[in-house]
Write a protein that binds this ligand. Structure first.
Ligand SMILES: NC(=O)C1=CN([C@@H]2O[C@H](COP(=O)(O)OP(=O)(O)OC[C@H]3O[C@@H](n4cnc5c(N)ncnc54)[C@H](OP(=O)(O)O)[C@@H]3O)[C@@H](O)[C@H]2O)C=CC1
Ligand SMILES: O=C([O-])CC(=O)C(=O)O
Length: 282
């Protein structure tokens, strides 16, 4: 009798829709919101947040079901999962309220996690979860698998068009002028941790790679500005005791030249996995 009752109790739980909040309505937030509005199994778009909600009035009106428009500090009352796709400096104010309530935060501004590492402990203590999707990168499934064994080295070379890098603090602080370059220029050679500081809106992928593999201090990164490029190109090389592999991806920029189109699709793929009967990939 008891097991039967348990099963009947469990079923409605599995059928309950998880409420999703999207913090930031740039190219990532909007595309993910539209996918949720079109329908993703087991999930509903409950709330969104933007700096200037008025700017998004027409777009919100185009959705089949308008979500609540809330300031970021109210999102965790309205949703079970947050998708952080806002400027990096807001990471903490978006993620902390969710994970301290034992909820999930999907983080795109992965670079900012390095200066807010205690959020991981906060999530652990309260049964919450921080999820960093593959985003604009490739192959984090292989890197996490290799990391179960021993990874000897991870190197990444990023090449971006000038407008995908312009204005980064590292360039400003070091007086590196890229606007008029005619040839590819190497502008950075260092660790993923250093890149997160110098390029907070351009190199989240390097930090995601480092968290999947051998950490931000051992993951090496070169960044090139290339005036002939129209895509953001990342090449990753991993050497480990189970495999040696290299991967590269050429991202078509979205309306934000710093952000590859595939980033939003990666989040949508992750959301589709939440309730999928068949999950492929690690
Ligand atoms: N992990 C990865 O692979 C990748 C990560 N990223 C990162 O993802 C994040 C989002 O990128 P992208 O979609 O291009 O976004 P944008 O930078 O183009 O837009 C940011 C959004 O945040 C909103 N915002 C700003 N301040 C606030 C606030 N106080 N409260 C609520 N919302 C606010 C803005 O509102 P408004 O529209 O009203 O101005 C805007 O909608 C960035 O940090 C980016 O670096 C990007 C690419 C790849
Ligand atoms: O990592 C980032 O923030 C963005 C990026 O490189 C890309 O979209 O290709």
């Amino acid at each position: 009798m008891a097991p039967f009752r348990k099963e009947r109790e469990a079923k409605p739980m599995a059928n309950t829709s998880l409420r999703v909040a999207i913090a930031g309505l740039g190219p990532i937030g909007k595309k993910v919101a539209e996918a949720l509005d079109q329908g993703i199994d087991g999930l509903t778009l409950a709330a969104v947040s933007a700096q200037n909600p008025e700017k998004h009035h027409n777009w919100l009106g185009s959705l089949k079901k308008k979500p609540a428009v809330l300031p970021i500090e109210k999102l965790s009352d309205a949703a079970d999962i947050a998708i952080e796709c806002a400027p990096a400096k807001l990471l903490r104010s978006i993620v902390a309220p969710f994970v301290e309530k034992g909820k999930t935060a999907i983080v795109l501004s992965a670079g900012a996690l390095l200066e807010n590492e205690d959020l991981v402990e906060l999530a652990r203590k309260n049964g919450g979860q921080i999820v960093v999707p593959t985003g604009a990168l490739i192959g984090l499934d292989a890197v996490t698998a290799a990391a179960v064994g021993e990874i000897h080295s991870v190197r990444m070379v990023t090449r971006k068009p000038v407008n995908g890098l312009a204005g980064a603090p590292f360039l400003v602080e070091n007086n590196i002028e890229i606007e008029s370059i005619k040839e590819p220029l190497k502008i950075f050679d260092g660790t993923a941790r250093e890149a997160a500081k110098g390029f907070p809106a351009n190199l989240n992928v390097a930090v995601a790679l480092s968290l999947a593999g051998i950490g931000p201090d051992r993951t090496r990164l070169e960044i090139w500005a290339d005036p002939a490029l129209t895509r953001n190109v990342h090449r990753v090389e991993v050497d480990s005791d189970s495999a040696r592999f290299s991967m590269s991806i050429e991202n078509i920029p979205s309306e934000n030249p710093k952000t590859g189109r595939i980033t939003a699709l990666s989040v949508i793929a992750l959301l589709r996995k939440q309730r999928a009967a068949l999950r492929v990939g690690t």
